[in-house]
Design a protein around this ligand. Sequence first.
Ligand code: GDP
Ligand code: IMO
Ligand code: MG
Length: 527
Amino acid sequence: MENKTLIFSSFLKSKGLRQTPERRDILSEIYALPSHFSLQSLGERLTKKKIIVSRGTLYNTVNLLLECGLVKRYLIGGKVRYEKTGNTDFRDIDMKQNMKKVDVILGLQWGDEGKGKIVDVLAPNYDIVARFQGGPNAGHTLEFDGKKYVLHTIPSGIFHDHITNIIGNGVLIDAQIFMKEIAMIRASGYEPSKNLKLSQKAHLILPTHRVMDAALEHIKGSAKIGSTLKGIGPTYTDKTARHGLRLGDSLEADFKARYDALKATHIRQFESLGFDWKKHKIEDLSFADYEKKWFAGLEEMKKFDIISSEHFINQALDAGKNVLAEGAQGTLLDVDFGSYPFVTSSNTTTAGVCTGLGVAPNRIGKVYGVFKAYCTRVGSGPFPTELDDEIGQELRRIGREFGATTGRPRRCGWLDLPALNYAIMINGVTDLIVTKIDVMNDFSEIKLAETYTVKKKKTAEYSDGNSDEIQPNYLSFDGWNQSLADVDTYEKLPPNAQHYLNFVEKNTRTKISIISTGPNRLETFFS
Ligand code: GDP
Ligand code: IMO
Ligand code: MG
């Protein structure tokens, strides 16, 4: 019993509450009971023993005991019953309360929301920054000290040398692209081998995966996804088909044989598709030249710290370290929840952090959802608020909306509230981060889709069906017509910008914690 009293008082202390004689008596009585009880039967037992407690105290105490795991609650025949639990371990309670969690930064739209910039800004608060999914289809732009960097596979904490950056098991790595990125970072005066670790379970994008991506897009013709052609779909396909190659495999003696076998399988598939793979160029190189570079890259990559990142991360958390997970792509490109089939091939959402890093769901902490003050999309697929007019072109021109990975022009449109609320729901977003409000500085009118009309019915529910069938219902806001260059607090924002952001907060029931007003690290403030 002493143990349970200790658990309860420690729990009460953590909530700023006192252990009172009434609370102690209620706990003792519950633990003296042989089986389940109702609040009424418990009250009667206490009265019989001349222990007088009010109904309110009884109710509150049982609720607190439920919360700290000393009592469980269930329904029997429609009636609520409670019962003591076998929770006798003091450490259980302590560990749950003090457990370090992984915070997450991910995109709430179709990618390119400004995740890289935000990760770089928040990174100094963390010991570890880890990518959990995607691969070099991502392009994350960082700007500081007058320079611009675009990262594809390497986490955006790499420019802070006291931070350990991890490429998690859920990520795909192309050896050639990876080494190109390393060379770019080295040329800028940083040494990434000091603060970068790679999961041995991360899958490798083979040169033939890139060819396969192109072959499959070619066959689809006008129905193509608009893939970045980095081999993402085919590599994840081989991963789930259980014949992919992992980074750890490259350290084994039979790696070349396994590589050749998979390559041969791919070549047979190209032949059956009628795709002339020998003529296909990758990054302007012949297949043979690209493959040579890839193998040279792999040899270099093997010199990096290749680890069991799930152990590393969990041990770091247990040691009280702070971990930030960096998402790639966006929620509406998630393979399950995005506008399928116009999606990428991974789970870009919070759930992907668990599988992509090996952290349990109860170790997820804050979820920062990044969204642009308007919307963009690269590649094919539905986009309900897309603007095929001059306003769309203005957003593209002012926002420099061209892909960081492929250079393709991004499709632009107004902010879509049903889509944003959907993304918040799927990810369990705790904090919103808005970027690029400065892009609309000179707009006299700003619109936002509050609801959709789908098949003549008005709805606030996101729909990823055919854009032609979805009619967004817009609300109009007055622009602020001024530069935000000197704005570094919420209070300094023009009233019309405050009004627009307040509306989003109210209608998503989620606070906007960070506001970004430019590409530079310094153009960011907490609201
Ligand atoms: P990510 O893929 O989510 O990291 O985003 P990208 O880097 O692909 O695209 C975002 C683009 O917007 C980059 O060029 C950034 O430098 C830029 N950017 C980020 N935040 C802001 C902002 O608040 N205002 C402006 N004007 N540009 C921004
Ligand atoms: P970041 O991390 C925007 C899009 C592609 C295509 C679809 C499938 O920079 O936000 P894939 O190559 O993954 O098979 O392409 O997904 N896409 C992105 N769009 N930002 C990205 O990453 C993207 N990564 C993939 O344009 O429509
Ligand atoms: Mg990007």
